[in-house]
Design a protein around this ligand. Structure first.
Ligand code: SF4
Length: 64
């Protein structure tokens, strides 16, 4: 599983960081930064929650 983040449509809501703070961060403009684009299996649930809670649809998961 690989995380893809579209920084052009991220609105900086920060939901992803709240859901998975070890996987996502925000830059100085509050735009998402992916710290770990290949999350470990034990991070999968929180990553899926983060994707589901993103209000802009900026996050997606793809198969490797
Ligand atoms: S939840 Fe979505 S809109 Fe909010 S910071 Fe994360 S990627 Fe951006």
């Amino acid at each position: 599983m690989k995380i893809e983040a579209n920084r052009d449509i991220c609105i900086g809501a920060g939901n992803c960081v709240l859901a998975a703070e070890d996987v996502f961060d925000q830059d100085d403009d509050a735009i998402v930064e992916v710290l770990e684009d290949h999350p470990s299996p034990d991070q999968e649930t929180e990553v899926r929650n983060a994707v589901a809670q993103c209000p802009s649809g900026a996050l997606s998961l793809v198969d490797d």
